[in-house]
Design a protein around this ligand. Sequence first.
Ligand code: ATP
Ligand code: LTN
Length: 334
Amino acid sequence: METQSERKVVLSAIQPTGTPTLGNYLGALKNWKEMAKDYDCFYAVADLHSITVRPEPAQLRRRTLEMYALLLAIGLDPEKNTVFVQSHVNAHAQLAWVLNCYTQFGEAARMTQFKDKSEKHPENVNVGLFAYPTLMAADILLYQAHYVPIGADQKQHLEITRDIAERFNGLYGETFRLPEPFIGKAGARVMSLQEPTKKMSKSDTNVKAFISVLDDKDTIVRKIKSAVTDSEARVYYAEGKDGVNNLMGIYACCTGKTFDEIEKDFAGKGYGDFKAAVAEAVVEELAPVKETFDRLIADKAYLNDCMAKGAEQAARVANKTLRKVMRKVGFYQL
Ligand code: ATP
Ligand code: LTN
């Protein structure tokens, strides 16, 4: 049994840009909960990141509280893990500034998320969007995280984090631990139910394309029933069967079955039976999350209390790293 101080550190964060989808859940949040058993975990609601798309203030406030409640609803224990809101810990923005000065313009400009998002929102390509990865690097490096559970789309941001950390360590001596991404095999990229070559995204304008973790049973059944498949009506994993592959991935993640087992279970059966089974597995997975969320969101005092404690614990660890960085860079110390 490892003691507290020997336990490896995990950090991850999610933006409060909407209710998480089944993609966020299977790709990231489910692993957060798994890792909480064995590691010293820091999980944040990345509200600083979310203002890159200029949300309406009241909406940002509401979504931050909801995302926080949701993190507890998936089963994270605020007594055992540090669950906090990014903007409550000043060190994130402070370290991000320092890291900006150790990141080259060219390397940030290569980030595919920056390129995608600037194309999607040409009217608001702000400097914050460009500097998104250095703030994310600060999130991770402040806690000296060993592992960062993320979906496959965030892998490039982990790589730039390591590059920045290595550069800083090279200049000033060992300061940051180099983090490893943790990307689950199944669920790393859950695809849209309507266009299965695109990733499932909570900001999709077509609500049939995603399942929200708070969708009720009927909605889940309806959305999976109308998921795009193909005309072959045989359940097996193969290139080009994007819709079926995606449903198999979802089913595998929810039930723990392998693709081989799924193919055997559904041999001779059509998509109707398969979709019904997938829907049932998803409902079973998400029902307890919704139930707990509904209870927690009604108790704002409890959530505020947990947030305050989380911020205090996080700040203790983060400030230690920040102080070290400030000293090494040469800021005048009082
Ligand atoms: P948006 O749709 O607003 O761009 P998003 O749905 O991509 O956001 P984020 O808050 O950026 O959500 O991501 C939270 C976590 O969920 C990240 O670790 C990300 O890698 C993971 N994730 C997002 N979409 C998927 C998906 N379709 N499949 C698997 N993991 C995903
Ligand atoms: N950029 C991430 C959210 C995020 C994050 C982090 C993930 C912000 N800071 C630190 C892991 C570690 C995204 O999912 N879009």
